[in-house]
Design a protein around this ligand. Structure first.
Ligand SMILES: Cc1cc2nc3c(=O)[nH]c(=O)nc-3n(C[C@H](O)[C@H](O)[C@H](O)COP(=O)(O)O)c2cc1C
Length: 380
């Protein structure tokens, strides 16, 4: 994997290693995938100011996100089904992130459970919460995240109902995988993935099965998940969630200045400017295009983070220049994981760190915390 020099290289390796239905689950957006594409494309429109003859020694990428030290301001985004990109995927990615010194966020819809991830890590990770209609289940999840020592709750707000991804429907995606001839063929052509999968028991939603009422077995799981997202979730709900949790709270899925101001009033510690990686509202603006105005609206009073479309350290740098205090990567770490498990996630982080470091130097900066709009061209 050391010959993989870019996130695109890791993506191609993952494509060859992961069964089609799971690879495409990651590499897909809602409907026309217009917002999915815009998330990446809009980064390319931003031009960096090249500076020369400045001292480039002693550079630092260290920073803080919600008061926690990070070796670079790049966290692992919460992603569902991660244990289907690679056996025990969440556990491996969490370990890679911990060793690298960046936050790992575990999804509610993970394959490995909160307790699984806790059992293989020694530092606190972050937990992402979907608010389900079964409030007892939600309260219990919050308590489990607390008991596992999670240091932040990331509350996702942009999935009250599910957007539609055509690839998933065409592939007949499910967890655990179904064994139709088509699915069997997709798996049979990925023997290394199969071998790893045979070596683990974790093949369904670990946070849900055995914890949610009426979901003791797998047949009851799919109807439960599709019915459980709460279309009536409101700003009022943030209050009881915040009270029950009692720790750092990050609101994920903010793409509008007005919602950013409401987030501020809700008492959250940070927001993530995000459109769910283009997987929900197709036609929504890209995350990076909305970042400057959201920073202008609330950035002096709360931390603003960003995810969506980051494929390089240069993209990270551009987000930081626009005022993001932290960024998250979804697909880049999934491709690394699919390509090579824990070593693949480490490779993803190494590639991004190297690119961020060199880009920062060539922009004439030595400390990631000093980046600002001054490092970008305003009119090109
Ligand atoms: C395969 C996949 C699964 C995801 N599952 C979740 C999830 O369970 N919870 C959540 O809050 N966001 C989820 N997201 C959104 C990510 O947290 C993040 O917002 C997005 O991936 C960022 O865009 P990027 O993939 O371009 O980096 C998912 C994204 C992908 C690609």
């Amino acid at each position: 994997m050391n010959q993989d020099l870019t996130i695109a290289d890791l993506k191609e390796r993952a494509r060859r290693r992961v069964p089609k239905m799971f690879f495409e689950y990651a590499d897909s957006g809602a409907w026309t995938e217009g917002t999915y594409r815009a998330n990446e494309e809009d980064f390319h429109k931003i031009k960096l100011r090249q500076r020369v003859l400045v001292d480039m020694t002693n550079r630092s990428l260290e920073s803080e996100m919600i008061g926690e030290k990070v070796s670079m301001p790049v966290a692992i985004a919460p992603t569902g089904f991660t244990g289907m990109q690679h056996a025990d995927g969440e556990m491996l990615a969490a370990q890679a992130a911990e060793e690298f010194g960046v936050p790992f966020t575990l999804s509610t819809m993970s394959i490995c459970s909160i307790e699984d991830v806790r059992s293989v890590t020694s530092k606190p990770f972050w937990f992402q919460l979907y608010v389900m209609q079964d409030r007892d289940f939600v309260l219990n999840l919050i308590d489990r995240a607390k008991a596992a020592g999670c240091s932040a709750l990331v509350l996702t707000l942009d999935l009250q109902i599910l957007g539609q991804r055509h690839k998933d429907l065409r592939n007949g995606l499910s967890a655990p995988p179904r064994f139709t001839p088509k699915h069997l063929w997709q798996m049979a052509t990925r023997p290394f993935w199969c071998l790893d999968m045979l070596g683990t028991k974790r093949r369904t939603f670990g946070n849900i099965v055995g914890h949610a009422k009426g979901v003791g077995d797998l047949s009851s799981l799919s109807s439960w998940t599709s019915e459980q997202f709460d279309p009536q979730l409101s700003w009022k709900d943030i209050e009881w969630i915040r009270d029950r949790w009692g720790g750092k709270l990050i609101l994920k899925g903010i793409l509008d200045e007005e919602d950013a101001r409401m987030s501020l009033d809700s008492g959250a510690d940070a927001i993530i400017v995000s459109n769910h990686g283009g997987r929900q509202l197709d036609g929504a603006a890209s995350s990076i295009s909305m970042l400057p105005r959201i920073v202008d609206a609330v950035g002096d009073r709360m931390e603003v983070h960003l995810d969506g479309g980051i494929r390089s350290g240069q993209d990270v740098l551009k987000a930081l220049c626009y005022g993001a205090k932290g960024t998250y990567i979804g697909r880049p770490f999934l491709y690394g994981l699919g390509a090579g498990g824990k070593a693949g996630v480490r490779r993803t982080l190494e590639i991004i760190r190297k690119e961020l470091d060199v880009t920062m130097a060539l922009c004439g900066e030595r400390d990631v915390k000093n980046l600002s709009r001054n490092n970008l061209h305003k009119d090109i």
